[in-house]
Ligand binder design. Structure first.
Ligand SMILES: Cc1ncc(COP(=O)(O)O)c(C=O)c1O
Length: 382
């Protein structure tokens, strides 16, 4: 049997990983500034993570949601503490798309409405409603197409206001990333997030903060939306939540009430996933990783801004993007092949940095020196 050929892959096999480094099958070491697509939050194969998941595996890997699973409650308690959303309710699933699918569905159940506002260049996943709310027609199958999603320009306060004025009583939800990831590291303005909060409250719509990529401490706050000092009604999360173990979830504000059978999943909230997610939160706390993400991210952004060849350096914490002029269009490939550094990209010309939140100053310097060498930038500033 062959694999279904849907991924553009590098001809590299990764066989080992530790912290911010990975190794291929030939023993070559790479610096991971991509975090396996923003997934590695506390560092590869962190000993506490390995120990907690192994211990759980030796006790119980799985039982269904037909019985009490106390480790789910342990996770809910810890997530409430670390995120500061202690009065929210947790529903666990397995991926980012599934988290957004459940968030959108719940908003529709809660309001009895059908329309969703999403934004240009958004990415919310590949399941039916999540992909319908994603601004990329090439991944929306005919069966996923719907008139229920309204796309507005990100940060356009007038069009948001006008949309609510025209059809506010039909809007079930507004879904927005605090920083668009796949769309190219586009920051949602704080005033725009505040406006979404106000309009959702005024019109009885649900504010969904897609935090799958920009959440879980990556930007230096638990949710990037927290910078705007607003509380969303639902936050979706995945990627960094399990440091590579597949786990996702939504947290739901207390005014949204559950009904028996409203949402459900076979694998979501399984004990192994909960052990992985708890290990992540424990390490984030004990190693102050949110603070590290803020500090190291600030340093990287400052240093990158000293390199005039790189354009429009932007981001928060360890979610950073910059644009490449035409003459540097091969930089990402050259960083990988010549410098053995993985980075992310966004079409057409953006490099995305999404490393582990434990990235050290030394790792950051290694990256900066390598990029300087590739683009012939002046030496690092002290
Ligand atoms: C903001 C955002 N939402 C949702 C998703 C979908 O997550 P998953 O690939 O786990 O389904 C992604 C994935 O890149 C994402 O960046």
């Amino acid at each position: 049997m062959k694999l279904f050929d849907v991924y553009a892959i590098n001809n590299i096999s990764i066989v080992k990983a530790k912290g911010s480094y990975i190794w291929d099958d030939k023993g070559l070491q790479y610096l991971d500034m991509y975090g396996g697509h923003a997934v590695i939050s506390i560092g590869h194969t962190h000993p506490h993570f390995v120990q907690r998941v192994s211990e759980q595996l030796n006790k119980l890997a799985f039982y269904s949601n037909s019985v009490k699973i106390p480790i789910q409650e342990e996770l809910a308690l810890k997530l409430g503490q670390v995120s500061g959303k202690e009065d929210y309710q947790l529903f666990l699933c397995n991926s980012g798309a599934e988290a957004n699918e459940n968030a959108l569905k719940l908003a529709s159940f809660h309001t009895g409405r059908k329309k969703i506002i999403a934004f240009k260049k958004s990415f919310h996943g590949r399941t039916s409603l999540a992909v319908a709310a994603t601004d990329n027609p090439s991944i929306v199958a005919p069966v996923n197409r719907t008139d229920n999603v309204i796309f507005l320009a990100l940060n356009d306060e007038d069009s948001l206001e006008a949309c609510f004025r025209a059809q506010g009583n039909e809007i079930a939800a507004v879904i927005v990333e605090g920083i668009q990831g796949v769309g190219g590291i586009n920051l949602t303005n704080e005033s725009f997030l505040q406006q979404i909060r106000r309009l959702c409250t005024e019109h009885g719509a649900v504010f969904i903060a897609d935090s799958v990529q920009c959440g879980y401490g990556r930007t230096g706050k638990f949710f990037s939306h927290d910078y705007a000092d607003v509380d969303a009604d639902i936050y979706s999360m995945a990627k960094g939540m399990g440091n590579g173990f597949p786990v996702g979830g939504i947290i739901i504000a207390p005014h949204i009430q559950p009904k028996l059978g409203m949402l459900g999943t076979t694998f979501g909230g399984n004990p192994l996933a909960c052990a992985a997610a708890l290990a992540v939160l424990e390490v984030m706390e004990s190693e102050s990783l949110m603070q590290n993400a803020a500090k190291t991210g600030e340093y990287l952004i400052r240093q990158l801004r000293e390199m005039p060849q790189l354009k429009n350096i932007r981001g928060k914490g360890l979610m950073i993007g910059f644009d490449l002029p035409e003459e540097l269009k091969d930089l990402r490939k050259n960083l990988l092949m010549n410098q053995h550094i993985f980075t992310g990209e966004a079409k057409p010309n953006t490099i995305r940095l999404l490393p582990s939140l434990a990235l050290s100053r030394k790792d950051a310097d290694e990256f900066l020196e390598a990029i300087g060498e590739e683009i012939h930038a002046p030496a690092l500033q002290a």
